[in-house]
Structures are given as structure tokens and as C-alpha cells.
Ligand binder design. Structure first.
Ligand code: F3S
Length: 282
């Protein structure tokens, strides 16, 4: 079977940096903890667990007395730094610089009295981190539909930012809605280019191929978004975690070209295994 793999498939800069940080720290020795799983990829997390890395939560942090904590690329709420500093625990901050930039914008604008609006998923850890810099009265909008029903005070000033993995076209729709409503606000498009490029390329490939494979962890929101985008262009779009899942896929005989893309937390070796499977076993 012929296949076409997206150049932008797999680890983005921030995720690669965070994963590399954990392996570097492992080489230095000592007990290593990651605050939450380092990435949304069970294979990588299991490999790290076997090497002695433990995943910890906010509750665990409170009772921690030794070791080094690594903060993942999504970033963490302010309170996490407070606990780490209070307890004098060593940590390495692998928050992606693009996420850090959002924290800074939000904190600065909040201090200037603007009310913060975050376009994103309220349950995503990145948004949990961002909102900790946004004061008490921040607003989270997850969709243009939510923006449409929002009734804001037109005398107030707002700053709109987005989760780095937010869908670009949904963000533009939200901006248009606020524009129409006449709100006085400052828009900072903080969608990461890596996501944008990955989404654009995935869409482009999905229109050309007969079947499309999206590789990603089941909890990875950016991978699920890729699946959503590709499914619109290609009816035969499959969401898988590893090449093992392809065993259950039966492609129709008419399929000649398969597209492959992967979310930001998919390591290269998993992409290569999928390519191998598509080439030899489909
Ligand atoms: Fe950073 Fe963008 Fe990746 S924000 S973690 S480089 S998706």
C-alpha cells in the first residue's frame, strides 16, 4: 500500500523539549517525578515509569520531601510553583515557551484591569494553568455557540487568548462574534503554529487520500482535533494509538493511497511502525 505521511506529524518543539528533559534528568540520577503524565502517550509514560519516573498530582506534591519534579509542556497553575518553592523542592520547568507567553500576557492584562477570556477546553491542564493567572472573573469559551450566547458588559475591557491547541477556524468565528457584538477587547491569537501547521497539512492530505490514519493518545485533545478535521475530508479516517490497532481495520479494495498524521505527543517510532504496517500488511 502506498502512503503519504505528514511532515508535521508527531512531537512538536515543546513536547520534544519536555520529554528530552525527563530523559536528561534520569541520566543525572535521583528520584524523578513529573507533574501529571509528561505527555498524552501511554507508551512513553509506561517506558518512563519502568525507568523509575513517577507521575504525581497536586495532592502528592504536598507530601513530597525529596527528588526533582518536572513540569510538563502544558504548564501548571501558579499554586504549583508556590508549593514547590515553599517546600524547597527541586524542579525543572519544561513549560513550553509559547504557553509561558500566554501566562505572561494574561497576568499583565489582568493586572491592567482587563477581564480575561480564554478560548479553550476548561478541563484541559493547559487552560487550568492559564486561568490561574487570570484573576477571579475570567471567562472560558469552548465554541462559537458559547460566544454567541455570552452577554458581556460593553463598558469593560477584555483580553481574548486561546489554548495553544485551539481550532483556528473556531477561534476566528469567536473573534467575529465578539466583533459583531461590539465588545472592546484585545485579541491575542495564541494558537501555536505547530498545531496550525499540523492541522492544515492533515486537512490537505486527507483530501488527497482514500483512507486516513490519525495516530494519537486517547486523551490527547490535539490528536482528537486532527481526527475531527480529517474525518470531514475523508470518510475512511481512523484514530489509532499504535500499529496494533490497525489489525482491526479492514480497508475496502478501492483504497490505493493512505494518509498518515499524528498528534503532538506521538513519538517517531510509533509513526514508523504504522508506516511499516501500512506498507506491508494493508
Ligand atoms: Fe508548545 Fe506548540 Fe507544542 S505550544 S507544546 S510547541 S503545540
Amino acid at each position: 500500500m502506498e502512503y503519504l505521511t505528514a511532515k508535521s506529524a508527531g512531537f512538536c518543539f515543546g513536547v520534544k523539549r519536555a520529554v528530552d528533559t525527563v530523559y536528561e534528568q534520569l541520566n543525572k540520577g535521583g528520584k524523578i517525578y513529573t507533574y501529571g503524565p509528561i505527555i498524552h502517550n501511554e507508551t512513553v509514560v509506561e517506558d518512563l515509569e519502568q525507568k523509575g519516573v513517577s507521575v504525581i498530582s497536586f495532592e502528592d506534591l504536598k507530601t513530597l520531601t525529596e527528588g526533582t519534579v518536572i513540569i510538563r509542556s502544558h504548564g501548571v497553575p501558579k499554586e504549583v510553583y508556590e508549593v514547590l518553592n515553599e517546600k524547597g523542592i527541586d524542579y525543572v520547568d519544561a513549560t513550553c515557551p509559547f504557553v509561558k507567553r500566554i501566562h505572561q500576557i494574561v497576568e499583565k492584562d489582568r493586572n491592567e484591569g482587563k477581564r480575561i477570556i480564554i478560548a479553550g477546553n476548561p478541563n484541559h491542564p493547559e487552560v487550568e494553568g492559564i486561568k490561574s493567572y487570570a484573576g477571579e472573573d475570567f471567562i472560558i469559551v469552548e465554541s462559537p455557540e458559547e460566544a454567541e450566547v455570552l452577554n458581556l458588559d460593553s463598558d469593560k475591557e477584555y483580553t481574548l487568548v486561546s489554548q495553544t491547541t485551539f481550532n483556528m477556524s473556531k477561534f476566528k468565528d469567536i473573534v467575529d462574534i465578539f466583533e459583531k457584538k461590539g465588545y472592546y477587547y484585545n485579541v491575542v491569537n495564541t494558537i501555536c503554529n505547530a498545531t496550525n501547521e499540523r492541522q492544515t497539512e492533515a486537512k490537505e492530505i486527507a483530501t488527497k487520500v482514500d483512507a486516513m490514519i490519525v495516530i494519537g493518545g486517547s486523551h490527547s485533545s490535539n490528536s482528537r482535533k486532527l481526527f475531527e478535521i480529517c474525518s470531514k475530508e475523508c470518510k475512511l479516517t481512523y484514530f489509532i494509538q499504535t500499529s496494533e490497532d490497525l489489525k482491526a481495520v479492514e480497508l475496502p479494495d478501492s483504497v490505493e493511497l493512505v494518509g498518515i498524521t499524528a498528534g503532538a505527543s506521538t513519538p517517531n517510532n510509533i509513526i514508523e511502525e504504522v508506516q511499516k504496517y501500512v506498507r506491508a500488511d494493508f
